[in-house]
Write a protein that binds this ligand. Structure first.
Ligand SMILES: [Zn+2]
Ligand SMILES: [Zn+2]
Length: 923
């Protein structure tokens, strides 16, 4: 697609007016624009090296904060509206988990023209997270980072409403860089490039100064369809100003991390007693791109190349640099973790929770190498203080961040304990096969499925003689599998029925949903517009709610001219509501009377509104991180899944129940309103999307006072008082990081109480104790039972001893062995087995035949050591004797058992055992 760029496209008037010429880089062959007539190179690394270290070219040094402000206010002065940053978790999208650039904020609804942008043009500084280079964060000493701020100045050009395009975009950039920031005009180069990503594409200009790319100006104007580029109706100016990079350029420090993290980084160095040799780092930074291990090269090989380039011993260099690299990566990662956790991400094994956990584990690993594993909370606290002024949600969530980390730490320790055995087994299996190294896909698997990082694998495997050679891009490989995917949602999409009928309803008008106007309307009149497959009736309007958002479809009756017909389900296909019937369908054109099964529906509404109340209560009791991860409303009970890092305690359950019920009884109005998506987001934030991403230009928002607000399409009570009581029936952990709460509302809550009361009264009368004392009483019973069990065991042992003696005394000599026989009509099998054991232990020459005759006859046979040596096989003997009572048996030589149902023949066993035993003896 490179050849799609034509020279003309980039030859904007600005370049001509200002004496820029187009040149081809002698190193990378790319075209670039410069004011220096004899320039040979594009200005990008590796074609040229950084030349600003120690020689900052800007007017003055800028901190990240000051740089952000310079950027935002410059564009504000130039007609752009300043927009607050969006969250880093892309809750409004179902294709990616994290925001990787400012344009993500406006995809897909704005860029595809479904909704207008919040302002046009606009300017924003958007914290963004990219996992692709995770393994380079640290080793390249600041060239790569996970979290960064992208300065986005965006203009959305609609047909007939042009804001500005390439020429003006480059003018703004140049003006900011020279007049405001103080770069010399001729020090800037603009390199031609073609950008493609996320299904869109367009030409872009990379802006370079002193070897550093400081901005990328993208002109998004195509949709990528296979090999083809299709022009988009909306052309978007998508600029990315690297706020941290501009600040770095202005300070000229050897590492960007020094500029970004300032005192935080110094404190991490102090904690770990790392000596930061700025002169050495300044020497290393220009060649730090050797450490870019994107292609899976080993870290050691990369280090050797770096040392060669500097003419140093690689081991010496490694020893000095590794702690510095680790401390820098810790600074970057802990900021990222703080941002993620402050946005209610709960570390888990799915979605952004997976990425958060990966980061926490990688951070632990580096802290461990630095010898300050226990300082993670202190470092997070430094980050919260350092960034909390610009990003107040960090301070708001300080407690939740700390709690999540503590819980994650103990989980990690358990994981290591469990995983160690697995690593030992894998290592010994490999060794047995003659292999000397753990393959890298096994390393990835060990992390991905069992949570064990390569260091732990190494600690266990290497002493066993199995090597661990971790690929340089290990974490990138692991993260890659989890960067995108579909977010779990209550909006499960369309049901099967809906999908199969979509074509058949395409021509029909939208059904008027009466349930939104008045959720308490029970009956209505409608005109039959179509009958599909004799099973689905479409009316012009309806009170029947179609399945969606975790709420089941309504059932009820349609009265037609031919009589009543049952509605067994309601579904929605596109904009059309389908009543699935069981019976004779109405004729098209008929006027029908519909009535919904009200008891069921009102219970569903109580449970639905109740779900919103329980969620609000859970957020207040467990913490603000507790987000809805799924919900299903039912008639008898409902469930809601909530992200939380620990099991919910009984005390918390009671508190959630109490808060939810109290809120219900406050009789707060439940407001439902349709709002344009952007208005709803501005007013309530992304907490709207707790139930999952909701499609469409307009959102239906359900707001319950200041208790809860969500985008939701369900039917609701109009006031919370209609719910009545809320009773949590139980909670369970459905996956790591997700708790399920099952509760009942209204009459069903009462029913739950009544059911529990019935059980309690049953117990109370069985144990003959009053209800209010039944718990103490049962406790006493349990204690008594334990005493009795113990006493019974003692008696059993005593009995077995005496009985063994008795049987040995009355034993019969059969050849060389002693036959001990007994028949019992009460007692337990285990008692008989202990009796047998006692006898054969006492006398190795003994053979036992013990019968337990109750509903059936069981026979137990034992043989002492000596008896076995004389040819006795207890299992075989048991088989033969069991045949007498009409059954079978078997076992080992020292013990066997069997039995049959013919209890009348039991005495026959006693009579016959002597002769059967005799036939077995060899001497
Ligand atoms: Zn070049
Ligand atoms: Zn809802």
């Amino acid at each position: 697609m490179e050849n799609e760029i034509s020279e003309k496209e980039f030859a904007v008037p600005f370049f001509k007016e200002n004496g820029f010429t187009r040149k081809q880089c002698e190193c990378c062959k790319a075209y670039f624009w410069t004011q220096r007539p004899d320039e040979k190179y594009c200005g990008d690394s590796p074609c040229v090296q950084y030349s600003f270290i120690g020689k900052p070219p800007a007017k003055r040094p800028y901190s990240v904060h000051d740089m952000r402000e310079l950027f935002l206010s410059f564009f504000e002065k130039n007609g752009h509206t300043r927009i607050k940053p969006y969250p880093v978790v892309a809750r409004w999208r179902d294709d990616v988990f994290l925001v990787g650039a400012s344009i993500y904020d406006f995809q897909p609804y704005v860029t595809e023209g479904q909704i207008p942008p919040p302002a046009n043009p606009l300017v924003i500084s958007q914290p963004s997270i990219r996992f692709t280079d995770i393994d380079n964060v640290g080793p390249t000493l600041g060239r790569h980072d996970l979290i960064f701020e992208m300065g986005g100045a965006h203009a959305f050009n609609y047909p007939g409403k042009e804001i500005y395009w390439m020429d003006q975009t480059i003018r703004y950039h140049h003006q900011l860089a020279t007049e405001e920031f103080g770069l010399k005009s001729e020090s800037l180069s603009y390199k031609e490039h073609f950008w493609s990503g996320g299904g869109n594409a367009g030409p872009d200009v990379e802006c370079l100064c002193d070897g550093l790319e400081i901005s990328t100006l993208v002109f998004m104007q195509y949709k990528v369809q296979g090999e083809e580029l299709v022009k988009l109706p909306i052309r978007t100016v998508d600029t990315g100003y690297g706020i941290e990079r501009w600040a770095w350029l202005s300070q000229g420090k050897p590492s960007a991390f020094q500029v970004i993290y300032g005192s935080v980084l110094d404190k991490i160095f102090d904690m770990a007693s790392v000596k930061f040799d700025e002169k050495l780092v300044a020497k290393v930074v220009p060649v730090s791109s050797y450490m870019n291990t994107e292609r899976g090269e080993s870290r050691i090989d990369a280090r050797k190349k770096m040392a060669d380039a500097l003419g140093m011993d690689w081991r010496e260099l490694d020893k000095v640099l590794v702690p510095v690299e680790n401390a820098m990566a810790v600074a970057d990662h802990t900021k990222t973790i703080a941002f993620l956790l402050s946005e209610c991400v709960v570390p888990s094994n799915v979605e952004e929770g997976y990425l958060a956990r990966l980061l926490i584990r990688r951070t632990y690993r580096m802290l461990r190498q630095l010898g300050i594993e226990e300082r993670i909370l202190d470092i997070l606290d430094l980050q919260v203080n350092y960034w909390g002024g610009d990003f107040p949600q960090l301070k708001d969530m300080r407690r939740e961040i700390a709690e999540a980390i503590k819980s994650e730490e103990s989980k990690y320790r358990r994981t290591i304990e469990r995983g160690s055995d697995l690593v030992r087994k894998i290592s010994s299996d490999l060794k047995a096969k003659g292999q000397k190294e753990i393959p890298s896909n096994t390393l990835v698997e060990l992390y991905d499925s069992h949570g064990i990082v390569p260091d732990i694998v190494r600690e266990i495997a290497e002493p066993m003689g199995v090597q661990v050679n971790e690929p340089g891009n290990f974490f990138g490989m692991v993260a890659q599998k989890h960067l995108s995917g579909k977010r779990a949602s209550d909006e499960e999409g369309e049901t099967e029925v809906a999908v199969s009928l979509k074509d058949k309803v395409a021509e029909l008008p939208e059904t008027v949903p009466l349930y939104y106007k008045d959720p308490f309307q029970k009956q209505f009149q409608g005109k039959a517009l179509a009958v599909i497959d004799r099973k689905f009736v479409v009316l012009d309007q309806t009170c029947f709610y179609p399945e969606g958002g975790g709420q089941p479809g309504d059932i009820g009756v349609l009265q037609t001219s031919a009589g009543p017909v049952k509605v067994v389900d309601t579904q929605k296909a596109g904009r059309v509501i389908l009543h699935q019937i069981d019976g004779k369908p109405p004729r098209v054109g008929d006027i029908v009377q519909g009535s919904i099964e009200w008891d069921r529906r009102v219970s569903l509404m109580r449970h639905h509104t109740g779900t919103h109340l329980v969620l609000g209560a859970a957020r207040r009791v467990l913490g603000k991180h507790a987000w809805q991860a799924g919900a299903q409303k039912g008639v008898e009970s409902s469930r809601i899944d909530i992200s939380h890092y620990e099991r919910i305690t009984d005390e918390q359950v009671r508190e959630i129940e109490r808060l939810a019920t109290e809120t219900a009884l406050q009789d707060i109005p439940v407001e439902s309103m349709w709002l344009p998506r952007e208005k709803a987001e501005q007013a309530y934030g992304y907490i709207l999307y707790q139930g999952g991403v909701v499609p469409g230009r307009e959102l239906r928002v359900i707001k319950i006072g200041d208790w809860d607000v969500e985008a939701c399409g369900g039917t609701h009570c109009t006031r919370t008082g209609q719910i009545g009581a809320i009773k949590i029936l139980h909670t369970e952990r459905i996956q790591d990081g997700v708790e399920r709460i099952i509760f009942a509302a209204g009459t069903q809550a009462l029913r739950a109480f009544q059911e529990q009361e019935r059980v309690l009264k049953g117990i109370s009368s069985a144990v003959e104790a009053p209800v209010e004392k039944v718990d103490q009483y049962v406790q006493t019973l349990i204690e008594d039972r334990a005493k009795l069990t113990k006493r019974l065991e003692e008696l059993g042992i005593q009995w077995a001893g005496q009985e063994a003696e008795r049987l040995l005394r009355s034993s019969k000599k059969v050849g060389t062995v002693k036959l001990c026989q007994g028949k019992y009509t009460s007692g337990e099998e285990n008692e008989i087995v202990s009796l047998n054991n006692k006898i054969v232990e006492e006398d190795p020459n003994a053979v036992t035949v013990l019968l337990l005759v109750k509903d059936s006859a069981r026979v137990f046979v034992g043989a002492g050591k000596q008896a076995i040596s004389h040819g006795v096989h207890a299992g075989k003997l048991a088989g033969k004797l069991a045949a007498i009572v009409g059954g079978g048996g078997g076992g080992k030589d020292y013990f066997g058992q069997g039995g049959g149902t013919n209890t009348k023949a039991a005495d026959q066993i006693i009579k016959n055992s002597e002769s059967v035993l005799k036939s077995m003896l060899t001497k």
